[in-house]
Ligand binder design. Structure first.
Ligand code: ATP
Ligand code: MN
Length: 451
């Protein structure tokens, strides 16, 4: 039977060339091919990345998720209709090939595949605005509009493979330290901290919000599980357009009973070290040289907030004690790499942050920085109900709205501390990615709700 698989291009004999997956299954990924497989029959699948037609010889480079391989159709050896079909296929078309492995020193992995059967699943007619090799595209929106195709570019492939491995190494660390992985509600009744703007939603007949942080829930869970962590989205209505803010970001949140902010800084140090090792190993293995991997000293430097404000003032910054430290002002003292800023003023901190015992104007709190980029905020939390209520009243919170939370404090909340680490920002620091959108599969920001 002769079939037309698309409007105009290729017509072929379905005995040898099909269009449906049917019972075909991949036997081999590109990275599993090697010359010792000489003569072996394989089924490979993927996307065409280039077609070179030399008349009697047609070379196809085929990409799968593991890399690239070469299909070689030679006149007289390859069935004519397969060769004719292959030569007409455009880049990014999705195909499967059954064929015989042959050593070929110049081809990727040192082998080529001589096709005996072909399936053409998805014939591409358009030229994509970018390919696997495209390193930069001037306008990020062009890429984001076609994100799934953009994500095929090698440069992003590596970032997201590293992201996955970094997540695994962080999970491994926390499991080793006997943290329990939890999930807390993302649809909530009240704001957890004030400040950051919330996204309101309809919850049946009531107004509710998307959670800006798992803060109160993870604190409550220290009472039942002692050490918990959550890796999940946080939602923030960030009206400003920056390269470091998303409306939906992934937060790695830890909370630990019977510990204080110094213990949490210790965990963060270990997490950053493991993450760097993970990224380094990945780049060595894949010979990727496009990423700026940061160095880390044995101990991450710690500066007090007060100390830095003085330094900044000496460097001409307008910052006063009590102000937030903005990137533009921080730049003046040129701190690079990873460092902690600790003992922040208490007043601007959320109500659950504990004051320092020797100076109640400051708090047991820290930010982990990378240059002028904030990666994490953490603190020792208040465990006593009366202190918590006092802080909430001072901040003008209605205690009634938090009764669901405050009542827990009548039943033995342990001393505890924790932090939230922004995953996308961490990946920016680990890979030298400049725009947070490129550490996010489908970024959400003030201008973007699709794709
Ligand atoms: P910033 O001052 O940079 O806006 P923040 O202090 O408001 O951040 P926190 O509430 O301390 O943020 O959240 C903890 C961490 O979560 C931050 O250090 C950051 O890594 C990450 N994070 C917070 N908001 C965002 C956001 N809008 N987009 C991406 N990551 C975020
Ligand atoms: Mn913060």
């Amino acid at each position: 039977m002769v079939t037309q698989i698309n409007t105009r291009q290729v017509t072929f004999d379905e005995n040898m060339i099909g269009t449906e997956l049917g019972d075909w299954r991949r036997t081999t990924y590109s990275d599993q091919l090697d010359p010792s497989m000489d003569g072996k029959q394989v089924t490979v699948m993927g996307w065409i990345s280039s077609v070179r037609d030399h008349g009697n010889l047609v070379f196809i480079l085929l990409n799968d998720k593991q890399g690239q391989m070469q299909i070689t159709a030679k006149a007289g050896v390859c069935p004519d209709d397969i060769k004719e079909t292959l030569v007409k296929l455009k880049e990014q078309s999705t195909i499967a090939v059954k064929g015989t492995v042959k050593p070929s020193p110049k081809a990727p992995k040192g082998v080529e595949i001589a096709p005996t059967e072909l399936r053409v699943f998805s014939q591409v007619e358009k030229i994509a605005p970018f390919t696997w090799q495209t390193k930069t595209v001037p306008n990020i929106d062009t890429r984001l509009e076609l994100r799934a195709v953009d994500l095929r570019r090698n440069i992003l492939q590596h970032v997201f493979k590293m992201r996955s491995l970094v997540l695994k190494s962080i999970r491994d660390y926390l499991y080793e330290k006997q943290f329990l992985e939890v999930n807390t509600p993302k649809m909530i009744a009240t704001a957890t901290e004030g400040g950051a703007a919330l996204f309101p939603i309809f919850y049946y007949n009531k107004e509710a919000f998307l959670a800006q942080s798992p803060q109160l829930y993870k604190e409550q869970l220290t009472l039942s599980f002692e050490k918990v962590f959550e890796i999940a989205p946080i939602f923030r209505a960030e009206a400003s357009r920056t390269n470091r803010h998303l409306s939906e970001a992934i937060s790695i949140d830890l909370e630990e009973a019977f510990s204080d902010y110094n213990d949490i800084m210790g965990h963060i140090e270990n997490i950053i070290k493991r993450s760097i090792t993970t990224v380094k190993e990945y780049c060595e293995k894949t010979k990727s040289t496009d990423y700026k991997i940061p160095e880390i000293p044995d101990k991450i430097p710690q500066y007090t907030y007060t100390e830095l404000v003085e330094k900044m003032q000496n460097a001409g910054a307008k910052t006063k004690w009590g102000d937030d430290l903005y990137p533009s002002q921080l730049k003046k003292i040129n701190l690079t790499g990873f460092y902690f800023i600790k003992d922040w003023p208490l007043a601007p901190k959320p109500f659950y942050v504990k004051a320092k015992s020797d100076n109640d104007k400051t708090s047991e709190s820290f930010d982990l920085m990378f240059g002028d980029l904030e990666l994490s905020s953490g603190s020792t939390r208040i465990e006593k109900r009366n202190e918590l209520e006092e802080r909430m009243k001072n901040k003008g919170f209605k205690l009634d709205a938090f009764d669901y939370h405050l009542r827990v404090f009548d039943y033995g909340v342990p001393p505890h501390a924790g932090c939230g680490i922004g995953l996308e920002r961490l990946m920016m620091a680990l890979t030298g990615t400049e725009n947070i959108r490129d550490a996010t599969f489908y970024p959400r920001d003030v201008d973007r709700l699709t794709p």
